[in-house]
Every structure is written in C-alpha cells, then in structure tokens.
Design a protein around this ligand. Structure first.
Ligand code: ZN
Length: 135
C-alpha cells in the first residue's frame, strides 16, 4: 500500500487506486473475513445495532422505491407499510429468501411488487382467499 493520498491525487488516479484496493482485498480476503469475525465477536452490541440499521435502511429504501405510500389508500407511515406480491406466492418467496431478500429484489427494480398498508394488505388477501367477508 502507498502513503496517504492527497484529494487531488486521489481524483486523478481514482480508478487505479480502487483497482489496487480491490486486488489487495481479493488476495487477502481470508484475512479480512477473519478480522471481521473477530471484531463482531468482540463488539456484539455494535454489530447488532449496525445490522438492525442496515436492515431498516434496506426495508425503507424498498418501500420508498415502491412510492412510500399504500397504493390503495395512500397511507404513508412507513412503519405500517408492507410489500405485496401482486401475483401471489408471497409466502413461498418469504420462506425461500426471507424479507430481506424480497427488499433487495424490490431495490433491483424487479416487477410484481407494490406497497400496501397493513390494513389494505389484510383486506386484499381476505378478498383473494375468500376466507373472511366484510360483515
Ligand atoms: Zn392502505
């Protein structure tokens, strides 16, 4: 590795510097993973907090990518929004890749998802299954 870069030097050689860092990482991947594992073991609370914050950002990003409001009633409190699978199979997908996997698919712009509030989501599913009718 080289000395500290000046901002000007970094701007001019950004691509080479990044390529060099990438190569260094690839050649020392096991070392990085080991350091990461040791750090996580020694900082369990911080690791949990970072993981929770990351999961929250991914979830909120996915819901915002779908408009950030319920597509039926317009409710916009992100805490009560869920991702609806327009073509069904939501339970199967959640079981196979988990909610985080679904959020990442939404962030990649894959089709077939919409944001619904918890009430509209429940109503939509009860209408689809025909199990619960409105009294
Ligand atoms: Zn709604």
């Amino acid at each position: 590795m080289t000395d500290v870069y000046t901002p000007e030097y970094y701007k001019q050689h950004r691509a080479q510097i990044r390529a060099s860092h990438r190569k260094y990482y690839q050649n020392n991947r096991e070392l990085f993973w080991e350091q990461s594992r040791v750090w996580a073991e020694n900082n369990p609370e911080t690791r949990k907090r970072i993981a929770r914050e990351y999961a929250r950002r991914v979830r909120e990003g996915a819901l915002k990518a779908l408009g950030g409001v319920c597509s039926v009633c317009g409710f916009d409190d992100i805490r009560a929004l869920v991702i609806h699978h327009k073509n069904g199979e939501g339970t199967r997908e959640y079981r196979s890749i988990g909610s985080h996997g679904v959020y990442l698919k939404v962030l990649r712009g894959l089709p077939g998802y919409s944001a619904l509030c918890a009430n509209c989501h429940m109503i939509r599913h009860s209408e689809c299954s025909g199990l619960r009718k409105k009294p």
